[in-house]
Design a protein around this ligand. Structure first.
Ligand code: HPA
Ligand code: MG
Length: 203
């Protein structure tokens, strides 16, 4: 990889797992029974991944604590790490006076078989309509829609999702991954945005 210099935090390339590390016996950990026989050993236990992720979050906070950052989650492989990393950064933000306003983006879509479209909020239903059209182009066997929130907006012609969490008034809400110009996705509660909040994060 001549010419490419990987920048590592604190001069460390991370936890080094040697070629001759045999890993942990599967007998020492629990894992889904349907993978019995499909695995060789445990190389990095989940707890270690989490502990390491926590430290990486700390490093990221130290490096970027005063910046807005865009987290670009590469689907599908990056989703769990991304989710956990963002969680750790949020936890650190809550327990210190430095915070990182985070925007999270996702890339990549592929072919589908049975699709459960999971939407945070269904307002006018326009987004869902467009998404359904896109997904239908892949001719999936099944498409179902789950919406955590369905807004009571006037003249809503959208089909109701198959699964609905809450029906809510027609107010702009953020949090629990709902955004305003990509902000507030790093907020756990679902909240109504304030006018000054709208101003602050206006595009
Ligand atoms: N919040 C975030 N995104 C939305 C909303 C909302 O209230 N309505 C439609 N998209
Ligand atoms: Mg949005």
């Amino acid at each position: 990889m001549a010419g490419i210099v990987l920048q590592t935090e604190g001069g460390s390339g991370g936890i080094v797992i040697d070629d001759d590390w045999p890993g942990y016996s599967l007998e020492l950990f629990s894992y889904p029974a349907h993978y019995a026989g499909d695995l060789e050993c445990v190389v990095v236990p989940h707890g270690v991944i989490m502990d390491r992720t926590e430290r990486l979050a700390r490093n990221i906070m130290d490096d970027l604590g005063d910046h807005d950052i865009v987290v670009l989650c590469v689907l599908k492989g990056g989703y769990q790490f991304c989710a956990d990393l963002v969680d750790k950064i949020k936890a650190l933000s809550c327990s210190s006076d430095r915070t990182i306003p985070m925007r999270v983006h996702f890339i990549r879509l592929k072919s589908y078989l049975n699709v459960l479209i999971v939407e945070g909020i269904i307002g006018t239903g326009k987004t869902l309509k467009a998404l359904l059209k896109h997904v239908e182009a892949f001719k999936p066997k099944m498409i179902k829609v789950a919406g955590l929130l369905v807004k009571r907006v006037p003249h809503n012609t959208a089909r109701l999702p198959h699964y609905v969490g809450f029906e809510i008034p027609d107010r702009f809400v953020v949090g629990y991954a709902l955004d305003y110009n990509e902000y507030f996705r790093d907020l756990n509660h679902i909240c109504v945005i304030s006018e000054s909040g709208k101003l602050k994060y206006k595009m």
